[in-house]
Design a protein around this ligand. Structure first.
Ligand SMILES: [Zn+2]
Ligand SMILES: [Zn+2]
Ligand SMILES: [Zn+2]
Length: 481
């Protein structure tokens, strides 16, 4: 991140939303507004032994820190690179005998970093953790009780630190983490593996229909600044043309919820009432609850209520079976559910889309690609009507649908979907992101096959068999969670 890069944004007073960031020049779709290295980040408690604490990649046999026996790394290179941020943590864990929770580890890493650098670490940092909102006054008694436990654990964890911090100060840090921490996914964006703080990103306010997206991209050969190579880094990318002087926004929640449900989620987690255009006008709520019209006739209100109530129950059962790993049961339940839903709910109804998502994933896992492709295709058709055209979730879903169609031998549709996904990911992830690169390879492959298919169907099918046995490339793309 260079100073020049930060020249394109400025902090401004965004009314009741507090501070915000706006552009000082026009941005194009797919342009990187800014890149930012993490101020502090930690691997989730549940993945501590499986994910490198330095580069956040998943590792089958990671190398363990011999001193604390807690931190794990790909190799000595990653370990050396992480020593600066692990040094004090390592000593504190050894002294305490065990590592505290991820929240406490993150707060401690942030505090140690500030201790060393006195707040601002990068010249381009537009704010400090001290200045960020903590929303403590809006917290429920229950939230405050949880926070108190974290504060106590923090103080115990840092009891031999050269500086001690007041409970008020530590509470502020936890408040900031609570509503500003950003979930980090692995290199391929398929699994959430940790959480981090990015001060400039904290200044970007929410909108349910945002003009930017955040993507984790651990430096690359074309990173904006060579000093940031291999650092955990996010990019704020423009989803569309953004005129000069416009507030930059990202979405903190998935758009595929009714306005009132998104508002509830945002209030609970981030303590504000979303007044964005989509929420205040309820834009697309009608599509998300739309019913099926046959010959100009709609099902009765009672019938619709019956089916939506049924769907809520069925989706809970499906989720339960999925958690148990009983995939045959999942498929059976999904089929039963679809049979009831399809005559009543439109293809953009959220409950129908949720079933499409589960059944296409599970069927694909079971190698029933033809049927999986049909559901994945219908899901993407619904998504296209609901999501922003450059939404990252839409891009990923389109990519998976493309792979499923390819496995099903539906090469024309597969190539079309892969191309669409590629166009979206070029905006949301950029050309250097590993997922985009995988997708590019996939696009070359499907293009080649499509040409062959058009020339000679028989030759195409035999070539496909061969390609399917070499699954290396596609298995990476289809794996979800
Ligand atoms: Zn590593
Ligand atoms: Zn250690
Ligand atoms: Zn909203």
């Amino acid at each position: 991140m260079t100073l020049q890069k930060m020249d394109v944004v400025e902090v401004f007073a965004a009314g009741e939303k507090g501070r915000g960031l706006r552009t000082t020049k026009e941005m194009k779709a797919g342009e990187v507004v800014f890149a930012e290295a993490s101020f502090a980040a930690v691997v989730f408690d549940s993945l501590c032994m499986h994910v490198c604490h330095s580069c956040f990649r998943r590792q089958a046999n990671p190398h363990r820190c011999a001193q604390c026996k807690f931190a794990h790394y790909c190799d000595r290179t990653c370990q050396r690179a992480a020593w600066e941020e692990h040094k004090q943590e390592c000593a504190a864990i050894r002294q305490r005998g065990k590592a505290p929770s991820e929240n406490v580890r993150l707060a401690a890493r942030a505090v140690w970093r500030m201790q060393k650098h006195k707040g601002k670490i990068f010249d381009t940092q537009l704010t400090t953790l001290d200045l960020l909102e903590d929303h403590l006054s809006a917290m429920t008694p229950e939230d405050l009780k949880k926070l108190k436990v974290d504060v106590d654990n923090f103080q115990d964890y840092l009891r031999s630190n050269k500086r001690q911090y007041s409970a008020d100060y530590v509470s502020h840090i936890f408040g900031v983490i609570n509503c500003n921490a950003f979930t980090l996914s692995d290199q391929r964006g398929l699994q959430a593996v940790g959480v981090g703080l990015f001060p400039n990103l904290c200044l970007v306010n929410h909108d349910c229909w945002p003009n930017c997206t955040v993507i984790l991209n651990h430096g690359s050969q074309t990173a904006l600044d060579s000093a940031l190579h291999s650092h955990r880094r996010i990019e704020l990318r423009a989803l569309e043309k953004i005129p000069e002087g416009t507030e930059l926004t990202v979405s903190y929640v998935d758009f595929l919820n009714l306005s009132k449900d998104r508002q509830k989620l945002l209030k609970k987690q981030y303590y504000f009432d979303c007044k964005c255009e989509h929420c205040s006008k309820g834009i697309k709520d009608d599509l998300m609850m739309a019913v099926k019209e046959t010959d100009g006739k709609k099902p009765s209100a009672e019938r619709v209520k019956e089916i939506t109530d049924y769907s809520v129950e069925a989706l809970a059962k499906i989720e339960e079976a999925r958690m148990e790993g009983d995939f045959h049961k999942v498929v059976k339940l999904c089929r039963e559910c679809l049979e009831k839903q399809e005559p009543v709910l439109a293809d953009t109804h959220l409950y129908l889309l949720q079933v499409f998502k589960v059944i296409s994933e599970v069927l694909s896992y079971q190698h029933s690609f033809k049927e999986a492709a049909e559901y994945a295709g219908r899901m993407v058709e619904g998504y296209v009507k609901l999501y922003h055209p450059n939404n990252a979730q839409l891009g990923m879903a389109t990519m998976r649908a493309g792979v499923t169609h390819w496995h099903a031998g539906l090469i024309e549709a597969a190539h079309g979907l892969v191309c669409k996904a590629y166009a979206i990911l070029m905006v949301t992830h950029g050309p250097h992101h590993p997922i985009t690169k995988d997708l590019e390879a996939m696009r070359t492959q499907t293009e080649l096959e499509l040409r062959m298919f058009k020339k000679n169907e028989h030759a195409y099918h035999s070539m496909r068999e061969e390609a399917l046995t070499n699954k290396h490339m596609t298995s990476r793309l289809v794996k979800s969670k």
